[in-house]
Design a protein. Sequence first.
Lengths: 472, 573
Amino acid sequence: MTSTADYSEKIPNNVDLHEDRRLQRALESWQPNFLSWWESMGPTLPTQDVYLRTAVNVGREGWAHFGHVPMKDYRWGVFLAERDPDRRVAFGQHKGEPAWQKVPGEYRAALQRLIVIQGDTEPASVEQQRNLGATAPSLYDLRNLFQVNVEEGRHLWAMVYLLHAYFGREGREEAEQLLHRNSGSEESPRILGAFNEETPDWLSFFMFTYFTDRDGKYQLGTLKESAFDPLSRTCEFMLKEEAHHMFVGTTGIDRVVERTVQLMIEHDTDDVGPYGGIPLNVLQKYLNFHYSVSLDLFGSETSTNVANYFTAGLKGRWSEERRRDDHLLTDDSIMVDAVVDGRIGQNEVAALVGLNTDLRREYIGDCQNGVNRWNRILEDAGMPQRLRLPHVAFNRKVGAFSGIEATPGGEMISADEWERRKGAWLPTEFDKTHVRSLMRPVHERGKIAAWIAPPRQGINGKPFDYDYVHLA
Amino acid sequence: MTATASSPRPPGHAPPEGRPAPPMPVDFQTHPSRYRHWRLAFDGPVATLTMDVDEQGGLVPGYELKLNSYDLGVDIELYDAVQRLRFEHPEVRTVVVTGGKEKVFCAGANIRMLAAASHAWKVNFCKFTNETRNGIEDASAHSGQTYIAALNGTASGGGYELALACEHIMLVDDRSSAVSLPELPLLGVLPGTGGLTRVVDKRHVRRDIADYFSTRSEGVSGRKAVQWRLVDEAVPRSRWEETVAERAAEFAGRSTRPAGGSGIELPPLAKTRTAERIAYRYVTAALDRERGCAEITLLGPDTGVPAGVHERGAGFWSLALARELDDLILDLRTNETELGTWVLRTRGDAERVLAHDALLLEHRDDDWPANEIVLYLKRTLKRLDVTSRSLIALIEPGSCFAGSLLEVALAADRSFQLSGVFEDADPDAEPAAITVGPMNLGPLPMGNDLTRLATRFHGDAGALAAVEKRAGEPLSAEEAERLGLVTFAPDDIDWADEVRIAIEERASFNPDALTGLEANYRFAGPETIETKIFGRLSAWQNWIFYRPNASGPDGALRKFGTGRRADFDHKRV
């Protein structure tokens, strides 16, 4: 048996791991299993070490501790945001009651399910992105990829911590299952469909971190409101790390746009493909795809499950406490997207059952910020072209619009027309082949691939040409 | 509206509807010296139990117990009498049940009482009365104390059902006294204490005749009642008393009850009751209203076994424990309807439990109290089986779930046995063990006539055999879990949370659905008269009770005695 001192050394934490027998026992079998999962399902590119940020405590200094670390020695920690001893439930039927420090038996099944679903997405993205190292456009980007990967790994730890600490034997079994389901596996795939697709190239990776990780941010944001305080505190801390993932996506696309604009000006053409760039219309298609599949992750427009979660206090709304309403929503209503009389329209439903819509709208507003930012690059360069978020009905497989086809502008079209025209809106084989053809690794210090501009700044004040990764 | 609003709200009769309330808590202990409704007389091997209900003696104000009709208070006395006859009167071999009124033996459960009572009260009342009637049959079948119904007047509804629980039914043939089950035609409900089942299953009345009989409010009398097997004999008034005496002597003569020996007096239980706790010598219950559960602890014997069962009288551990648990079950069921989960623990020496069991089984055939105590344990455990509460057994270090006490864990809906010990509280303790003993292998069957083990492993003879092979061995949590004797075997680290969550989760479910779920799972295997009564009959009856046709403002129960007709919704469901 590993001694207790070992754990605190290997697993930075602020949950008193050294004196928690339950956690120690659970981790005894889980930790080696996690490491072997990381070995077999984690990044495939062999490295000696990577300049990584490690959270060693939740304080201002501690949560962003940088240094070169061999990835297998990365110290995945368990951190919860500081506890507010006076925290109270902010919404639902338990509003005003002290936040729960233990899982109420009544909500065991629902809370466990929420945590398992969240937890399942974290290792999934590592699996989806495992081969990207081989085609990284620069050491800087390679390092960012690995940073995202180890932090997704840590987010898995965070969810596993909750399962281990609060859900007993069943929690341990569920934690184990998180390692046995694998992205894209025939036998035991990840729970959510979107997490079973491989991330095939770096443009997809940036889009994924911008759009899909942002879905994660919003899900975490609702769980941060949870009456179950350990879940709330865990998610609060995860959100800090999630911000970096979104930064990778936002600035990644920034840099692609920037490079495309350079090539457009340089060669005086929209079709920068032949010059080693990614044309704006291909960027738009990738955006269309990733945005629309991320909208699906929010589920149906109406959901009684989510209504129940809200009423029970398990899952709140985005920025719940900043909202100015009764936080009960029993008498309110909301307009939700729907097909009405054969047209794209809206229906009024009880606010409680429309919470998925509420969250999706928050998300859409946030996505628009990135688009604005990329358009500013175009505008500053004097370009008339603009990127756009497609209509909410476009390319949807879940919810009210799953049964219809619509253009990015929101015009309903027939299935035939969709088949004819979708190549103009979603990446075609041709587009994908082109993007893939650009994916050649650049693993030399200070160099970068031709399809993307270098970042304005390096990591943690280091220059772009810093040796962020030592390859094996 | 009657002025009861200021009294604490009892579970039985809810003040908001202006119903009078029973005295709370209802006490199930009584003594013949305090009976208001029954008389006991003894004549050698024959005891006569005369029902003579005090009209003004209802447990709850608001109704008169006319025509020898009964309420819970009347039945509490009947139960007490049946118990005392078995323990205090070894010489009694026949019990004649008869009436103390003119023309009427018993009119059954009091209708105004039923109409005013809450649904839960009615259901609990029926359950208790059923258990008493099953106990009467148990005495006839296993104690050599045969019950004879001497119906010296009309026996209707519950009155006839009481007779049906007896081995022999005599009806006075005076051209007016009848037996009847008029519930359906008069009240729009069913006979609630096993009448329908016993008419066909026990007395073998043909089903079409039974159907006709049960829709005839005036019932059947005289020779026709005999022909239809509703009674065993119709006796002319002139020869009534001598015939009853003759029959009583005959049955007494056939009894196998061992001759001689003095009775075991059943003294009042040393019981204390507060809002938070009910305590006896060997049984305690902490009433946790916040969590909606009662934490019940049964203590094992505090001494070794005496030389004979008689020696300690009612203080003999097995008997004392059965009496206390029996009273506790009745008390909690009636008075604590919001404690929906009973957590069952034991504490003591398993060897001593097994030694007491062994003494009882060794002398079952030659010393009547040994037999009586085993039968009483059986009946008390059956009460657990039909209790509409979630039962969770916690098997911890220091517990004594062995033999007769293991039955308590086997009666539970779920059981947890601690693997290892509580490291912080008592690291040196012996880990919890359970022991299968002879008491688990036959003497304490459930209502389905199978042992709890056989019911548990219904259809899996291999699993049952594997358990039987380990009889006598203390089994660790891991072994017990492997053998299927406990549900979960968490260790110290998981224990508190697993148990807490199980109890909290249980408390969050629909209690009605839980009752239904538990009742379905507790009785795997064949049907018996008892399982039909507690399953089929009770479920239908409870449904009917709840329907507007019976209990709505225009329902038959409410309209009875008003001179107005019930207004039925005629749609079949």
